[in-house]
Design a protein around this ligand. Structure first.
Ligand SMILES: *[C@@H]1O[C@H](CO)[C@@H](O)[C@H](O)[C@H]1NC(C)=O
Length: 165
């Protein structure tokens, strides 16, 4: 039976290769209002109203962007409580990682209930995210440009320092 399952799996991958890898099957999110630099509050968005489905790639001004890894000031990113991930985006393309999403509101970097999403670094140096609805309104995902090489060097240095102590 395991063998049959494996054959079915291979057949499925052959017929629907795009289902296998989120790096080749994602929706583009080209919404400049998601920028961490956006302080405009004339149209406050809520990502709880979006029916998130599958994987997404963020763009800002036409180039790839990522969800920030640090608490973002509130009333940015075209929303009230700006959403960010509490741990770094991955620096290796090998796996899909799970990240906690928090929000900045009322002087707290995790005021409303958090939730989790999935992240993958793709060949070609861009991230894809399996997004989910935040707990309340108005919470919205932020986007920022990122520098992968700088990130890799930084994580290499922090790993080296860890091994030094
Ligand atoms: C959270 O948002 C407030 C209000 O915008 C801001 O003053 C504060 O610096 C933010 N916290 C962090 C850690 O960025």
């Amino acid at each position: 039976i395991p063998t049959n399952r494996f054959v079915l799996f291979l057949l499925f991958m052959f017929l629907f290769p795009q289902c296998a890898d989120p790096c080749s099957r994602y929706t583009e999110l080209r919404e400049d209002w998601r920028s961490v630099n956006n302080v405009d509050q004339s149209n406050v968005r809520c990502d709880q109203w979006v029916n998130w489905d599958g994987w997404y790639r963020f763009y800002l001004g036409g180039s790839s962007a990522a969800i920030p890894e640090k608490c973002v000031p509130s009333q940015r990113c075209g929303t009230h409580a700006s959403l960010y991930i509490t741990e770094p985006n991955p620096t290796q393309t090998s796996d899909v990682v799970t990240r906690t999403v928090c929000n900045n509101w009322s002087s707290s970097c995790c005021y409303f209930a958090s939730h989790t999403i999935k992240v993958k670094l793709c060949p070609g140096n861009f991230y894809v995210y399996k997004l989910a609805k935040p707990s309340v309104c108005h919470l919205g995902y932020c986007a920022a440009h990122f520098h992968l090489l700088a990130k890799i060097i930084k994580s290499y240095i922090s790993v080296s320092i860890k091994y030094l102590d």
